[in-house]
Design a protein around this ligand. Structure first.
Ligand SMILES: [Zn+2]
Ligand SMILES: [Zn+2]
Length: 273
């Protein structure tokens, strides 16, 4: 198994822990509420949302029958809502659960378009994409662990320490402050390692590819993964799901609580308590 270094108490979740979490602790009504924020017009966003799971790419912990697909993003586009999604999750017991930030009027159109949801920007019924910023600790330079290149060279690209986390926490708040002047419907989510900023303003959802490339460049100093903001990477971790690499709950947090947020003490699933 690959070895990553994380702040104290954080470690990959085992299969039985993933199972316990999704059976007992995964709060579907909160997920439902999350999706109600990104409605465009009369479209029921959740029904037309594509989900995905990654089974064991980074943790190397997976059910043996899924060995052949353990590194892939397994797309879930045929579902009748969150109960179905939970059934899929319990079937695969993945290390991570994601959703597609693309918003479709009817995903059935794009099930058949042949573009595999990747290049659907011109498709009929494509309504836009939630704008997001992924602020990750591996993107900041650490006096002990070096920069991203050094971490990648050691095969430790997903490792992080509290020095890096604290830098990322500050950057998240600074970025949020800047975005506030442009947008009003902004949410911050603890991702398990860093933070995500989601923007639900209609004008953000309607942004073109070119505008996204611009805004990603504009904020590139904030330790963001540019390919998330520019729209190339459309999957993002599902809030309230388990980040199985570090055993933390992916959790929306109030902007006022960000500065004190400590991943060693918060967002802990009950199997670690
Ligand atoms: Zn399409
Ligand atoms: Zn470090």
């Amino acid at each position: 198994m690959k070895r990553y270094r994380f702040p104290k108490g954080m470690r990959p979740s085992k299969l039985d822990e993933r199972k316990k979490f999704y059976e007992e602790e995964f709060e579907l009504y909160k997920v439902e509420k999350w999706f109600s924020q990104r409605s465009v017009g009369n479209v029921r966003s959740l029904d037309n949302t594509v989900f995905a799971v990654i089974i064991g790419r980074h943790s190397d912990i997976y059910l043996p029958e899924y060995e052949g697909i353990k590194n892939k993003a397994v797309i879930i586009d045929e579902h009748r809502g969150l109960e179905d999604i939970r059934d899929y999750i319990l079937q695969y017991l993945p290390e991570g659960v994601y959703y597609d930030r693309n918003i479709y009027e009817d995903i059935k159109t794009c099930e058949k378009c042949g573009k595999g949801y990747i290049d659907c920007w011109e498709c009929e019924g494509f309504l836009g994409q939630e704008l997001a910023f992924d602020i990750d600790p591996e993107n900041v330079r650490c006096p002990y662990h070096g920069d991203i290149k050094e971490k990648m060279r050691k095969g430790q690209g997903l490792s992080f320490c509290m020095i890096e986390f604290k830098i990322v926490r500050k950057l998240t708040l600074k970025l949020h402050d800047l975005l506030k002047s442009e947008f009003s419907d902004i949410k911050i989510v603890f991702s398990g390692r860093g933070f995500h900023i989601h923007i639900f303003d209609k004008k953000a959802i309607k942004m073109s590819r070119d505008e996204r490339v611009e805004i990603a460049k504009q904020y590139s100093d904030y330790a963001i993964d540019e390919w998330v903001t520019n729209g190339e990477m459309r999957l993002i971790r599902l809030p309230f799901s388990l980040n199985g690499l570090v055993s933390r709950i992916c959790l929306p947090i109030d902007v006022n609580d960000v500065i004190e947020f400590d991943p060693r003490k918060q967002a802990i699933p009950s199997f670690l308590l």
